[in-house]
Design a protein around this ligand. Sequence first.
Ligand code: ZN
Length: 265
Amino acid sequence: MKFYDAHNHLQDDRFAGRQHELLATCEKSGITRMVVNGACEADWPQVLQLARANKTVLPSFGYHPWYLAERTPDWLKNLEKYLDEIPGAVGEIGLDRWKPDLPYEGQEAAFLAQLHIAAARNLPVSIHCLQAWGRLHELLRDHPRPPCGFVLHSFGGPVEMIPAFAKLGAYFSFPGYFLHERKLRQREAFKKVPANRLLIETDAPDQHLPEDKILHPLVGADGKPLNHPANLPAVHSGLAEFLGENEAALTARVEENFLRVFGGL
Ligand SMILES: [Zn+2]
């Protein structure tokens, strides 16, 4: 089986230079491609470097709402420069009204500026959204979107909004974290995701799987556990079991979906 990680952060400093070792394990596990999301300007050179060195890596460049305060005056020009440099996606971008003390002001403008670039270049976008689903829908509805589609990564929004987002071109990405018993509401929502819009992700190094499902335990330099991107097949089997679908059939369906949205890159 071939696996495609719709969203991770392989460049993350917590992996502390072990990226090539992690990639080798991923390749042995059948992971064919992974979208590696830079979340701020400091990430972008590392994402570019990883993509140049390994064709498994599909680079994605964007400013995540948590890091907007770090923007340089040239951030948008810089973003375009990276997208000129290598075929890549846009992300991780988004809206966040959940994180305590994070200012919401300015998030929409930054989101829209990046969405415009993606729409103009027809590049897929990876979107983070916490507690801003109504507003996200309005912004996507009222502005140009990339015809290839966009990904709602770790989709945890209201199940009722799935058809409205799907109509705008959304793909819905399922993380291993939702396999935890207590995440039943989020898992249940995926029963309503259209068959041709489902994606699967690790969000490594974050979003740990339940202990008994972890295939590749990993610990950072500080002793804290990290999610290994090669845990992706376990996310597939967990979701297949929950949906009552044959795992090979689910994996083939996710491959088709991944190639439809990211295949141009
Ligand atoms: Zn992420």
